[in-house]
Design a protein around this ligand. Sequence first.
Ligand code: G6P
Length: 364
Amino acid sequence: TQVDKAGYKHFMAKEIAQQPSVLGDALAHYLPEDGLNLPADLDFTGVERLTLVACGTAHYACAVAKYWFEALAGLPCEIDVASEFRYRAPPLSERGWAVFVSQSGETADTLAALRHVKGQVARTLAVVNVPTSSIAREADLALPILAGVEVGVASTKAFTCQLLVLAALALKAGRDRGRLDDAAYAAHLETLQALPGLVNQALALAPEIEALAAEVARAQDVLFLGRGPLYPLALEGALKLKEISYIHAEGYASGELKHGPIALIDRDVPVVVLAPHDRLFDKTVSNMQEVMARQGKVLLVSDGPGLRAAGAGTWASLRLPEVAEPFAPIVHAIPVQLLAYYTAIAKGTDVDQPRNLAKSVTVE
Ligand code: G6P
């Protein structure tokens, strides 16, 4: 059956390893060789605003996608966690669309948020893993992420597949709104279609990450930093680690370091810096130097050019393949998941069934 560990020690390990294959499935469906495959009437031309609502890891997928919708499509984009969104009287636009992202499609707050916006926006979309779920059924249009059954409580393959479907939507929005010329569109398609191979390369870092995790497991606090679309990845990295290893972790926008978290830095605090060699890389390097000047242990996750430009002084580094902007978060998700996984293993916690957490939260 689909629901066994297939030789892996944990469902989480299996689900992390499945990502090249499930991303391939989602690509074959939404981004085949000849371009985008989305329902013909899914036209973003006159959409005034996009509102993306979710909980937990799915919320961080939305937070990454906000950067994409803004940069690729010039589409005003609002994100919120469902439990806040539904109670804060958000002004909605009749010419706006609302997108609900959920692995299970049953999360109580997300479902309630969907019911709340009905009639107040032009269209509701569900990005879900379970096509028969309540959220899929109640939205105007459901887009399955095609990740297959996810058993591990900490979401992994659903996250990257959510990102892929949201990336396809952002490309569609960019085309519909005349923001992406043929060359830019073709380049983005090519980047996304290369993802299974890129993710495979990232998975090959597992032994290096396992060795680093032995050290991270001794920490009391861990910081994750990122800029741009890697900022939500920093939040997701911190969430993953605390969920399954019970180590206190925080994600921060790199530029916010000096507005608070730098006070925590000493030689016992690992700082995971997620920084592809993009146009903001130099700024992140100076944040990193501030950490290193205070004896903080920087684990730099970057690509070849980034690692060369960063120079010496880091505690450790992990080399990912180069990924064209702005889709690096999909590949950076892999080391973040593996670091949480191996740290939890080093601590001996129950990876697939962490204490106090549920796979699907169907009560408020
Ligand atoms: C729970 C799970 C998380 C998940 C969140 C949202 O907290 O432990 O992994 O991200 O619910 O779930 P959903 O099914 O709506 O994506």
